[in-house]
Design a protein around this ligand. Structure first.
Ligand SMILES: [Zn+2]
Length: 72
């Protein structure tokens, strides 16, 4: 299923941007690169969205969880 409009608007936003109303927090995970992430799942489109940083010194941002094998 493709991303819903809410998720499309969420992805690539900075971490201080609040999760949209249909995102449900799933818990904490580690990405394939070893970064800590907060995992969310959308109740509308079913996609996983992560709040994480690309590397240790990078600011958090919203990314599509499907890009992180094993993380979602
Ligand atoms: Zn969605």
């Amino acid at each position: 299923m493709s991303l819903c409009d809410l998720c499309l608007a969420q992805i690539d936003r900075p971490g201080h941007f609040p999760p949209h109303a249909r995102l449900v927090k799933q818990g904490q995970v580690h990405t394939a690169t070893g970064q800590h992430a907060f995992a969310y799942r959308c109740e509308d489109c079913g996609h996983a969205i992560l709040l994480t940083a690309a590397h240790e010194d990078a600011p958090d941002r919203w990314v599509l969880g499907d890009e992180f094998p094993g993380a979602a």
